[in-house]
Ligand binder design. Structure first.
Ligand code: HSE
Length: 289
């Protein structure tokens, strides 16, 4: 018996659309138990999530190791579904690790990232779920180029509106193309954001996080809470606020000493939302025996 623990992740960080990601301290945990006649994955996450081999985790594992013997598994998840915190990426990464352990595939970190990105479609959630901390990635000719770096110290406050938003729907409001000047501006902002993170300048990184031109201007109407939380962040001296992944979660980075007061203000000021104080998770997927 062993556990597989995968962190939730927050993608984009504003201008780093489909490229930047951060692992955060909420977890999907599988307890992998004895072999059984059929695959069984027990959870209390609702009827829409399958408990048999049609579950995304098992499907992913079987796609890598079709001859794996069925197992009994229990799953506990703190990662809310369809809220922009990487729940499907966590499931895919858990499935890859399940096959890696049960079929002794001996996958490297890079191999896990290549496989997970092929399944998920973009590297920004799966990469930090595998490596932990902050990651930058891009896909060129079907190969993922990625790097992991240490994110500067900050508290993370997530405001999770009480409504789901599927990535597909959130992507459907994005434009087909951007004017050349706008695209150059967006790219330069993202470059500067990565430079600020790598040089440990959290104040500048936070400011740049709020300057996205690729997706937030179009998604703002789907998640009106983004503007309210950002305004609150300015009032409480936060570093920066952005739409986490495709939404609906909004992530605010703030000095740890100011975080508790900001959490209280967000709880009082943003209706129909859950507000949580999190940390950056430095570890990616872990196997615990
Ligand atoms: N980068 C993706 C998006 C993350 O914003 O649509 C969601 O999967």
């Amino acid at each position: 018996m062993f556990d597989i623990r995968v962190p939730a992740t927050s993608a984009n960080l504003g201008p780093g659309f489909d490229s930047l990601g951060l692992a955060v301290s909420l977890y999907l945990t599988l307890t992998v138990k004895e072999e059984a006649e059929e695959w069984e994955i027990l959870h209390d996450l609702g009827e829409e999530i399958p408990t048999d081999k049609t579950n995304l985790i098992i499907e992913t594992a079987l796609s890598l190791a079709p001859d794996m013997k069925p197992r009994k598994i229990t799953m506990v998840s703190e990662v809310p579904a369809a809220r922009g915190l990487g729940s499907s990426s966590a499931a895919i990464v858990a499935g890859i690790e399940l096959a890696n352990q049960c079929a002794d595939l001996q996958l490297t970190v890079d191999e896990k990232i290549q496989i997970a990105t092929r399944i998920e479609g973009h590297p920004d959630n799966v990469t930090p779920a595998i490596t932990g901390d902050f990651t930058v990635g891009t896909v060129l000719d079907s190969k993922v180029y990625w790097m992991k770096a240490s994110f500067p110290e900050t508290a993370l406050v997530v405001t999770i509106p009480d409504k789901e938003l599927l990535t597909k729907e959130s992507r459907s409001v994005l434009p087909e193309s951007l004017p050349f000047k706008e695209a150059v501006k967006g790219s330069a902002i993202a470059n500067m954001l990565v430079a600020a993170v790598l040089s440990g300048n959290i104040e500048q990184a936070g400011m740049l996080m709020e300057q996205d031109v690729f997706h937030e201007p179009y998604r703002g109407a789907l998640v009106p809470e983004l503007a309210s939380v950002r305004k609150l962040g300015h009032e409480w001296g936060a570093y920066g606020t952005y739409l986490s992944g495709a939404g609906t979660t909004i992530l605010t980075m703030i000095h740890p000493e100011k975080a508790a007061a900001f959490v209280a203000a967000a709880k009082a000021g943003i209706p129909d939302s859950e507000v949580k104080l999190l940390q950056i998770e430095k570890n990616g997927v872990q196997v615990i025996r």
